[in-house]
Design a protein around this ligand. Structure first.
Ligand code: MCN
Length: 792
């Protein structure tokens, strides 16, 4: 990777609370989302026919009646498409992973309720919907696997014939001294943590348009995607096209949360149908499809065993993770479950550690990455801390202090090899607990014995891994790169176009990426236009995911800006007849010159230099290329780790189990903040997502594998009045491994929200001897736990 340049100076564009430039068009209804794109002439509408069975053999599909309906152009099944879209093989070179293959549409069997088995293409959505009802499928229902217990049962039916015992991966790890740590423990404390299946719920479901230009043999995909280039690479590979035959042009995207990174099967069907039928094809996913057949995530059960000394210090820790990945995973399965185990020890000095991670297949919606795939981690670690405090009769905050990494411990390499070079967990813990008024709340709690409500205090310190350098992929054993490419182009008028491979779904990149580029370049933020989302005009990049946009994308643009500034200053020196640019600086688009130690305006502006570079090249220094375009690839030196502490107080009504969040504080360290206002917005959103999952959301299935949450009537998400006002504190320790000191941050709030809420609920329930060992903490479940605790 490139040498790390100096950090941006204070007072520059980085660190400014600028308002989001994109909001004007978004809040006035002028944003162009996929479904707003007018239909090109001849456009067909796609509707998918989906399996009503959790598991069933497809004996035959008869489209005759459907094809007879007016306006129906085609019905395509897995067998029709097999020759046109290659099968996806999931076989990353990871220990313990069973390879799996998935055709674009199933050939022989449907594996979950909602599995697409045919696509109907018609002149209108109504005709396609009516026709889909007329497609006759001869099903032979098979026994369905609806839980890990079913999957693991002896003689269980196989979800995928290639995966014996339904266990798609298993990984195990232990440090050599683990057993000895347990042998010398004063106590062994065990705890269980269950998390329910959830889904991403982007406000805009998946939608898009595929256009095949037969003359040019060229495909245009107008789908909202978080990663235009990997998306294009995958589409081209699956359809047997060269990447220059595919343009991915993402319109505005109404939320992604990990669901819109790679092309899913519907996207591929649209591309293949457009090419086969030589007509544009569009699709708008329904909410029901999105909830049951988009992608799901989070269904995991984790048990921990902590070997502890009498003072609460952890001598050794083990965890066992069972993850239910549904019928298939669109990302290497055991990476996502193993990352929970990898970062579980979080901010604590745990030298002896071991894990077992098993990933199971069931007849439920396939899994994929969802904001913080390791979301359960912080609750597990921090819930274990609370269990230790309870078992030993110690204070929960004190147990955390005793185990916390101290500033002198850095750099710290965890038992699993994660290297923390800057982390401030004790500082965020003290800040959040202090701001919440921890001590006063503890006294208040003790005085509530006869009250109608129970008071609970939840603490959760998060270590969020993000940025994910190329070294991370190598160490995790999965193919992948962590680099991002940036391009900054300055046109003759001085207009600046900044670009990289990210695509936003609400992160405010038009603003933050312009700030990062401006900080490097010395241009004014308002003179920089950020153009992203088009695979042909943006340089190849890995896209927006894993909280890497700010550090990798922002870092790349900052560095490209610095390089281009060096050229601008060299040109300025030539224009000013100076021998060297050493005494020149560019700030806000103006060239400054140091004279007798003071900076003075030189009279030259960035547009004047740009004009010279493009249109008057003979004035350039000898040998310099005309023009102003810098492209640069930045592969981050390391995975960054961001820490935060979430602390909340909740009140639980004993008679009903209703929860009210009284106070919510989060103290965070994400290094240099490009835009503090956007960081706060992301913290609000991520924390809301965590709280919503911990309190309400459940992609529930029946014992027969039937999907039970197909609308917002059944799948509850938090509304504004379910959520508290967030009190945010910041503690910024710049990352030494990032050129601008940036760490990512947009997933930690989800981890902290879950942990703080669940720990607060359990802290309240502990007053009466009850505990919830699984989310969601709905009033009904809390009430049940309270009833069961009564006799004790
Ligand atoms: N930021 C900053 N300074 C920092 C860190 C971040 O100013 N030190 C800013 C960034 O410039 C960026 C935003 O905060 O505008 C988020 O940055 P980062 O944490 O790097 O995350 P990414 O840009 O990689 O975004 C992806 C991340 C993920 S993984 C999911 S999932 C997610 C999320 O962002 N999905 C979102 N935030 C979302 N927000 C919305 N509205 N919608 C989604 O689908």
């Amino acid at each position: 990777s490139l040498p790390i340049p100096p950090p941006p100076p204070a007072g520059g564009p980085i660190g400014q609370k600028l308002r989001r430039r994109e909001d004007g068009r978004l809040v006035t209804g002028e944003g162009l989302f996929a479904d707003d794109i007018p239909s090109p002439p001849g456009c067909l509408h796609a509707v998918f026919l989906r399996s009503p069975h959790a598991h069933a053999r497809i004996r035959a599909i008869d489209p005759t009646a459907a094809l007879a309906l007016p306006g129906v152009a085609a019905v395509l099944t897995g067998r029709d498409l097999a020759a046109h879209v290659s099968t996806q093989r999931m076989a990353p070179p990871i220990d313990g992973l069973q390879p799996m293959e998935m055709p674009v549409l199933p050939l022989d069997a449907a594996r979950f309720v909602g599995d697409p088995v045919a696509v109907v293409l018609a002149e209108t959505v109504t005709a396609a919907t009516d026709a889909a009802e007329l497609v006759e499928v001869t099903w032979e229902a098979l026994p369905a696997i609806s839980s890990v217990a079913d999957a693991a049962a002896p003689q269980a039916v196989l979800v995928d014939p290639a995966v014996p015992g339904n266990r798609v991966s298993f990984q195990s790890f232990a440090t050599p001294g683990l057993e000895a740590a347990f042998a010398r423990a004063e106590r062994v404390v065990e705890a269980r943590f269950g998390q329910q299946r959830q889904t991403h719920v982007p406000i805009e479901p998946r939608s898009g348009l595929a256009i095949w230009d037969n003359g040019r043999q060229h495909l245009t995909m107008r789908f909202g995607t978080q990663a235009p280039h990997p998306y294009r690479t995958a589409i081209a590979a699956r359809l047997g096209l060269k990447e220059w035959q595919v343009t991915v042009d993402s319109p505005e995207m109404g939320g992604g949360f990990g669901q819109k990174i790679i092309p899913l099967r519907e996207d591929l069907c649209l591309a293949a149908a457009a090419r086969l039928l030589r007509r544009p094809v569009r699709w708008r996913e329904t909410r029901g499809e999105n909830l049951t057949a988009g992608l799901q995530a989070r269904e995991e059960v984790v048990t921990t065993r902590a070997a502890v000394a009498a003072d609460g210090r952890i001598l050794g820790l083990t965890c066992a993770i069972d993850a239910d990945f549904g019928a298939w995973s669109f990302f290497p399965a055991n990476y996502m479950a193993r990352v929970i185990a990898m970062i579980l020890p979080g901010p604590y000095r745990i030298r002896e550690y071991g894990y077992d991670v098993a990933v199971w297949l069931t007849n439920k919606c396939p899994s994929g990455p969802m904001r913080a795939p390791m979301a359960i981690t912080s609750w597990v670690m921090e819930g274990t801390m609370d269990a230790i405090a309870q078992a030993l009769g110690l204070d929960a905050l004190e147990v955390r202090r005793r185990n916390s990494l101290m500033p002198d411990d850095l750099p710290w390499v965890t038992a699993t090899g994660e290297r923390y070079d800057s982390l401030t967990p004790l500082a965020t813990l003290e800040a959040a607990a202090g701001h919440l008024g921890y001590a006063a709340l503890r006294s208040e709690q003790a005085g509530r014995e006869s009250s109608a409500t129970l008071l609970g205090i939840g603490l959760c310190t998060v270590v969020e891994s993000n940025t994910y350098s190329s070294a991370f992929y190598r160490d995790a054993g999965i193919p992948g790169s962590g680099h991002e490419m940036a391009s900054i182009r300055i046109e003759p008028s001085g207009a600046i176009i900044a670009s990289c491979g990210l695509m936003g779904s609400g992160q405010g990149y038009q603003t933050t990426l312009a700030q990062a580029a401006a900080a490097g370049l010395g241009g004014a933020v308002e003179d920089i236009q950020v153009q992203i989302g088009n695979s042909d005009t943006a340089p190849y990049g890995m896209g927006s995911r894993g909280a890497r946009g700010a550090s990798a994308g922002g870092g790349a643009l900052y560095m490209a800006g610095l390089k281009l500034k060096a050229k601008l200053l060299a040109i300025a020196a030539a224009m000013l007849d100076l021998n060297s640019p050493d005494a020149l600086e560019l700030r806000d688009g103006m060239v400054l010159r140091q004279v007798a130690g003071a900076w003075q305006e030189s009279g030259l502006t960035l547009p004047q230099i740009a004009r010279t570079a493009h249109l008057d090249p003979l004035r350039l220094p000898p040998g310099m290329e005309p023009g102003l375009h810098q492209i640069l690839a930045y592969d981050p030196a390391a995975t960054t780790y961001t820490n935060s502490t979430h602390a909340c107080a909740v009140e639980i009504e004993r008679a009903t189990g209703a929860i009210r969040i009284l106070r919510y504080v989060a103290a965070e360290d994400c290094g240099t903040r490009i835009n503090p206002m956007i960081v706060e917005g992301q913290t609000h959103g991520a924390t809301a997502m965590g709280l919503s999952g911990a309190m309400l959301e459940h992609a529930a299935y029946g014992a027969d594998g039937q999907a039970l949450a197909g609308s917002f009537m059944d799948y509850a998400i938090a509304r504004a009045d379910d959520l508290p006002a967030f009190e945010l504190l910041h503690h910024d320790m710049p990352s030494p491994s990032n050129p601008a000191g940036i760490k990512g941050m947009s997933e930690g709030g989800t981890m902290g929200g879950i942990g703080a809420l669940m720990n607060a609920v359990n802290d309240a329930l502990a007053q009466v001897g009850a505990r919830l060992d699984a989310q969601p903490a709905t009033p009904a479940r809390i009430w049940t736990a309270l009833q069961q605790a009564k006799p004790a």
